[in-house]
Design a protein around this ligand. Sequence first.
Ligand code: 5AD
Ligand code: SF4
Length: 589
Amino acid sequence: MHPLQCVLQVQRSLGWGPLASVSWLSLRMCRAHSSLSSTTCPSPERQEDGARKDFSSRLATGPTFQHFLKSASAPQEKLSSEVEDPPPYLMMDELLGRERKVYLETYGCQMNVNDTEIAWSILQKSGYLRTSNLQEADVILLVTCSIREKAEQTIWNRLHQLKALKTRRPRSRVPLRIGILGCMAERLKEEILNREKMVDVLAGPDAYRDLPRLLAVAESGQQAANVLLSLDETYADVMPVQTSPSATSAFVSIMRGCDNMCSYCIVPFTRGRERSRPVASILEEVKKLSDSPGFLAVMTLLGQNVNSFRDNSEVQFNNAVSTNLSRGFATNYKAKQGGLRFAHLLDQVSRVDPEMRIRFTSPHPKDFPDEVLQLIHERDNICKQIHLPAQSGSSRVLEAMRRGYSREAYVELVHHIKESIPGVSLSSDFIAGFCGETEEDHVQTVSLLREVQYNMGFLFAYSMRQKTRAYHRLKDDVPEEVKLRRLEELITVFREEATKANQMSVGCTQLVLVEGLSKRSATDLCGRNDGNLKVIFPDADMEDVNNPGLRVRAQPGDYVLVKITSASSQTLRGHVLCRTTLKDSSANC
Ligand code: 5AD
Ligand code: SF4
């Protein structure tokens, strides 16, 4: 049996959810392997034999029932990466980084960027150093994405390059260790270890606290893995280390996982059940960031279903009040009740600093009750920008996707949002060529793009993922070339409509948060408007409304008023009028 299988089987047979005690037990099972004379894995038969033979002796020396009771009731902080009580066969200093240099590479969505910061925060506390130079690294960790086949192929290709680096490494240096973190580790588990023998460490999205131990095991030449999903891990007490401290924006993870089980999507399998971080810990992080020097202008609240947020950690709010969904929307799961909801969190976060813009991503259209829309409308610093992933414009396809709404309900929601938040900027995700999608279904999607006129769009060709409901129950029957042709058509229509939507800003004065120099021209600056659209304008002298008579140049993090003069599907152009503040701004559209 492979060490990983051995860990997985023990977990399965005991049926444990929470991480602490299970991963401790998995350590003890690894110990059985590490006591084998060879550092490479022995034959499966020998391993099974050995495991059976010394099972009773390990039982005698292993943790007691009380140990597990204690671990299960231990407060969250106990799980921290600052291991107080190392397992008996790993010395405390073996769990430390001993100044080994870690190179982290991130793939996929913003959640992965945040996960990279969490993983780094844990490793930094354990004494690792960070490097941005691949050649200098002792440990290379890839934070991976599984959402589409192409995302995974990129990682396989990268692993081949890294293999060469590992083989060429001079013997005078400590051996290079390579780790796969995140969704791909979770989805493929032992397949990665078997296919790519040079991968030393696998850590699923809920196992980052275990990284110091996994790397310590890898130091001894063995492969180490923890792909357990948790019901409650939110890394609430891990302050992510922001990778670019000069940036004008920060991301705060407020929830993890997804319970929606859309039929095409791997996320519920790789990131596990939906769970929200306690409001108090989110506010603490937001306040810390807002107080940190050199920062801050935009705070983005992150989650797989950010507006499905539900903090059940405070008993007094766990009443039987049922959930208000958007009209005409349903869930694939049993209705949840009580807890502090997204409107409450948004209200609290937006009060921390009236000059800090608040954004959130990625929401689900089912969770836009009126109180959330009202709040976005009335609070100046909550951006009037809503991502409303439609996925398809055909009710028949939406049903096959198990999205919980029809085209009509979605369109009604769009109208309701546009009425509730005048000037709102809308964006969406669409999938072309889902199982059973006909030309007529595709035409319906094209017509939805025309009807809504999104300002931004993220369009993908369907990529079949094992484990999903679509994989088991539906046929991936749209030929690749048809998927790509439909995707092209969606992109063309989206661009045409976005250009029209964005052109409505021409002649308006917009509040723009300056990010820095434009990538294309050294004489232009670049920033974002409230709708998150890029705005380019010449770097010129201007008045500061708070210091009349003073001429200033815009700096990153400044709010400026820009008169919009032209628009394309992705950018606005204009000229700067004055430097201002969010609360004093007199943007007119
Ligand atoms: N194939 C193509 N696109 C997908 N998405 C999710 N799963 C798949 C898949 N199997 C898209 C959806 C989702 C976005 C993050 O990725 O549009 O909203
Ligand atoms: Fe995937 Fe649907 Fe969950 Fe989004 S809501 S992460 S598409 S299952």
